[in-house]
Design a protein around this ligand. Structure first.
Ligand code: UT7
Length: 333
């Protein structure tokens, strides 16, 4: 486990945005697809609806829309980007990287572009990489995107998973800090012992696509829900505590906690672990479901747009995801 304790702010987010597909899938829509109920989904997850893309939409389409708006807000041109980092487990194609499709769409001709695979923690892994590139002076203009179309790998015959996931993309432009605010601290960790709890088994080198893998539904998300739940509560709490401790910040100094939006009960447990009143927790899991790597940048954008964050506020971002991956990023807004 590597800790990075920062003395000064090196990088900051200068533009943020998100995009979601227009189509909404509600809990009552799901009642007609699988044996479930609005009451079960709301009480066990906090979800009410989620946005789902159509057959022609790919992850890079949503990501390009989010990225274009984020660039505009940052006031920079795509051609000035040095790096495009895309966190996704639902790329347009296994290769090339989805980041390269987005580069083409944006016309970011100067950039290097690559994807990272850290599931729901991907955006925080991306911010950590961007912060490090900027801190060492290598690059100045970095686009970090979390984008997913989980509907494309969701098994709509499996009620234990299909009610949970939605599509979306969030993008952040990361640039050198003005010296007074920015990324205060980053923490990333993984526990590879838990790889089997949350997995898409088919389509890789272990089980390449065959008629048999398709018949067995191996190209869909498989999850041991209750086990993931327990691991997530611990991992999210540990990451939040670690980030605050390493940065020397008390939870009472936080203006807002933005946790990965996977389940309202996991979010509540994380807030309780750091003794944070619920009014200081950002929740939009009711509107979008779990959008994996997109969940935190979508929530961060909405928090800013809703005036829940003001200049100089401390905001803690915390995530967990398949792998098992964990991340925490403390921001001074
Ligand atoms: O980004 C990371 C991704 N994953 C997560 O964060 C998920 C973490 N896990 C969870 O959020 C929860 O475990 C779930 C929401 C997935 C499930 O909630 P749970 O309280 O752990 O329920 P459970 O799996 O223990 O199932 C309880 C009952 C079972 O029925 P029996 O065996 O008690 O008769 C399930 O078959 O609920 C049943 N069930 C459902 N009932 C109606 C499971 N899914 C559904 C459903 N509708 N959609």
């Amino acid at each position: 486990m590597r800790k990075i304790v920062k003395q000064t702010y090196k990088s900051m987010i200068t533009g943020l945005s998100y995009a979601v597909p227009k189509k909404i899938l509600t809990n009552s829509d799901l009642e007609s697809i699988v044996d479930t109920s609005d009451e079960w989904i709301r009480s066990r997850t906090g979800m009410v609806e989620r946005h789902i893309g159509d057959e022609t939409t790919a992850t890079s389409d949503l990501a390009t829309e989010a990225a274009s708006k984020a660039l505009k807000k940052a006031g920079i041109k795509a051609k000035d980007l040095d790096i495009i980092i895309v966190a996704t487990v639902t790329g347009d194609t296994p290769f090339p990287a989805t980041a390269c499709y987005i580069q083409k769409n944006l016309g970011a001709t100067k950039a290097a572009a690559f994807d990272i695979s850290a599931a729901c923690s991907g955006f925080l892994y991306g911010l950590t990489i961007a912060d490090t590139f900027i801190a060492n002076g290598a690059y100045k203009n970095i686009l970090v995107i979390g984008a997913e179309m989980l509907s494309k790998i969701t098994d709509y015959t499996d009620r234990t998973t299909c009610v949970l996931f939605g599509d979306g993309a969030g993008a952040a432009v990361v640039q050198p800090s003005d010296g007074t605010r920015g990324i205060v601290h980053t923490y990333i960790h993984s526990d590879g012992r838990l790889t089997d709890l949350l997995i898409m088994p088919g389509g890789g080198s272990r089980k390449p696509a065959t008629h048999e893998t398709i018949d067995q539904h191996l190209h869909y998300i498989k999850m041991e829900g209750p086990e993931v739940f327990k691991a997530a509560v611990k991992a999210m709490g540990d990451a939040a505590v670690e980030a605050l401790k390493s940065a020397g910040i008390k939870s009472s100094q936080l203006a807002l906690l933005i946790p990965h939006q996977a389940n309202i009960r996991i979010i509540q447990a994380t807030a309780r672990r750091i003794k944070l009143p619920y009014e200081k927790v950002f929740v939009n899991v009711d509107k979008y479901g779990n959008t994996s790597a997109a969940s935190i940048p979508i929530a961060l954008t909405e928090a800013v747009e809703q005036g829940r964050l003001q200049r100089d506020d401390y905001c803690l971002l915390v995530s967990f995801g398949g792998g098992f991956t964990t991340g925490a990023v403390l921001l001074k807004i």
